[in-house]
Every structure is written in C-alpha cells, then in structure tokens.
Design a binder for this molecule. Structure first.
Ligand code: 5GP
Ligand code: MN
Length: 349
C-alpha cells in the first residue's frame, strides 16, 4: 500500500462535503437497499455487490434488489447469490424497497431503467443516493453523484469509497466486483480507458488479492453452444450501409427460438462490426417478444449513438454505447432505422 499512497491523489475528486453527507446518511440508516438497472451488466452488478460487501463490513443491514437476475456470465460474481431479483422474488423485492430508509441507485440515470421496480422506488420514502456515469441524469435523489467522464460506475464507486475512507473494508471478493465492473465497461480496457486513475485503482485492487487474468476468463469464457451459433448466424446476415458507415444486425423472435436463445447469448454481438475500419457505428435489433424490439448501438469516436437512441428509440446511454426500444414488429423497426440513418450522415467525420 505504501506505493499506492505515494500517488494517492486521484485526478478526479468528488466534493468532500457530498462524500460526508453520504456517510452520514449511511450511518443514520437502518435498512439500506442497493439497486441497479434492468438486465444488469458487469458494472451494474459489480458496483452493487461491492457496495453491499462494504456496507455489511460497516455493520449495516443492506440488500441488493434488482429487477431481474444476473446473466450467466456474471453468476460467479461474489455476492450475486444474495441478490433479491424481482422476477424471482417479487414480493420480497417490493417489501425491501418499502422498508428501506436509504436506497443507493447505481449505474442508471433514469428511473424507468429499473423497469418493474420503478413504481416501488418512486413511491418509497427512503432517501436516495445516485452514483452513476451515464449522460444527463434524470433521477431525483438527496444526492446525485453523476460523472459521465468516468468509464464505469464501479471506478466512480471506488473513488467515492476511497474518499470516504472505506477502501480499507474492501476484501478480495469486493475488489473482484469492482474490477469486473471496470473491465466490462471498458471492453477489458480497450476503450474509455485512458484515464490514469483507472490504473491506480487496479493497482490497489490487485493488492487486495484479485486475480485479474482469471476474472477476465470467468466473464468471457462462459459461452453456450447457442451463443456461438447465434452470433455466427447473425454476423453472416449483417448488412453494411456503406455510404452511411453503419452496420445492422438483426434477430427475429422465431430465429431466437430456433437457436435456443437464452438471455446473454448476444452480449457483445453489436460490437463486432466496429472491428471493420469502414464502420463508424453498429446497430443490433433483437425481437425479444411480439412488437418489442430491443435496440442496441455502438460507435467509434465522436459519433453519438446515444443521440439516435434518445431521439428515436426512447432510450439513451453513452456517446459510444446506447440502447432503446421499438414497439412494433422487427421489419418496421428496420424500416424506421433505414429511414433515420441518412439523417445522421452530417455527424460522420
Ligand atoms: P446495451 O446495448 O448493452 O443494452 O446498452 C448499452 C448502454 O445503453 C448501457 O450503458 C445502457 O445503460 C444504455 N441503454 C441500453 N438500453 C437502454 C434503454 O432502453 N434506455 C436507456 N435510457 N438506456 C439504455
Ligand atoms: Mn456502467
């Protein structure tokens, strides 16, 4: 730790008064709920579980409550088994939220992102602390720590904990949760990863005993046969809209059934076309149910897919990774997409 302490000043600092206020809220609370966005990813679950471990170490009664379960690739994450997911245990999830006096909202910027929990959370009398890195936060909370320039909520949470003097409570398990969130939101440190602070954090997490190489394998090497086949099939049919520097990948409800799709099987698929130099952005349309198409987008550089998702698909996210939904059949979603794509040519560099 001596080495770490020598440069123990992050470039990013949070307002110390805000950090103190969160500490006071934690001290004054009896029942704490931690929640994150629906279809939780490595950052959502990593930050939630890490905070859960630390709050428990501080002697607090805390529970992670999510809208739905962790995907298969994150089942290994320490703490995941103790999560109360509303899809499995709805009554308990709503009860915990109703009884909470403090709710941490991690890794989302809009209450609709907690899906079936949004009413309970909005109605709850609990004080709310938001810690998030998405653009344009639209959640009400006693405290909103929103830092879109930080690549993951997990890294932001670490910085918060460090300023709060809580990092000494991090163990190998909770450090693994934070690392997983940092790793998954940066594609294993291949984008949004030039902030030197990230590597100070990793240094400390490794001192806590994490095996970063193994964490990568645990997250990445969990493919099912259906995932490998479905990814190949979808890529084979990819459309490239060359003048617009866009790629489109689609999977219909019937195709998903045929391949025995299960949740998480298409994780990362939307990133694949970006490996072509001529593609600036990539769109994936997945028909999850009748008239319900999940839209996922990724881009390179300054080109903002969050703008497209916000303007046309009732969603949002980050400049280079965003999502939304289309209420209608898949062919209509594609039709809409093909109509709007040319209107974004002006943003291509
Ligand atoms: P993914 O494509 O992996 O589902 O999501 C990429 C990013 O877009 C995530 O950071 C996520 O928060 C955001 N995102 C995905 N779907 C939605 C959505 O329906 N609404 C909003 N506001 N953001 C979304
Ligand atoms: Mn995130």
């Amino acid at each position: 730790m001596a080495e770490f302490k020598r440069h123990s000043r992050f470039l990013t600092e949070l307002d110390p008064a805000v950090v103190d206020r969160v500490k006071q809220l934690v001290l004054a609370s009896r029942n704490i709920v931690i929640t994150c966005h629906v279809s939780p990813d490595g950052d959502a679950l990593g930050s939630s579980c890490a905070l859960w471990f630390v709050l428990k170490a501080l002697g607090k009664n805390a529970t992670v409550v999510t809208a739905d379960c962790a995907p298969r690739s994150l089942q290994f994450l320490p703490g995941v088994r103790d999560i109360v997911a509303a899809t499995r245990n709805g009554d308990r999830a709503h009860e915990l939220i109703a009884d909470a006096d403090l709710i941490f909202c991690l890794d989302f910027n809009d209450i609709t992102r907690v899906d079936r929990l949004s009413d309970s959370i909005s109605k709850s009398q609990a004080k709310k602390v938001v810690i998030d890195h998405h653009l344009d936060p639209r959640i009400e909370g006693e405290i909103v720590i929103s830092r879109p320039e930080i690549s993951s909520t997990s890294a932001l949470l670490y910085i918060f904990m460090w300023q709060a003097g809580w990092t000494r409570h991090l163990t190998r398990n909770s450090a693994a949760c934070i690392y997983t969130g940092m790793m998954t939101d940066t594609g294993n440190f291949s984008y949004n990863s030039n902030d030197p602070d990230l590597y100070l954090i990793i240094h400390d997490l490794m001192r806590k005993g994490i095996d970063k190489d193994n964490l990568y394998k645990l997250v990445m090497n969990t493919s099912s046969e259906s995932r490998i086949r479905i990814m190949g099939f979808a890529q084979y049919r990819m459309q490239i809209l060359q003048p617009h520097r866009a790629a489109v990948i689609m999977l219909s409800e019937d195709e998903l059934k045929e391949f025995g799709y299960s949740k998480g099987d298409t994780e990362g698929l939307v990133n694949v076309p970006l490996s072509m130099p001529e593609v600036t952005y990539s769109v994936f349309l997945r028909e999850d149910a009748k008239d319900c198409v999940k839209v996922s987008m990724r881009s390179k550089g300054e080109f903002s897919v969050s703008r497209i998702c916000e303007e046309h698909f009732g969603g949002g996210g980050h400049t280079n990774a965003a999502g939304g939904e289309f209420n209608g059949p898949l062919d209509k979603a594609l039709q809409k997409l093909l109509e709007i794509i040319p209107t974004y040519d002006k943003y291509l560099q």
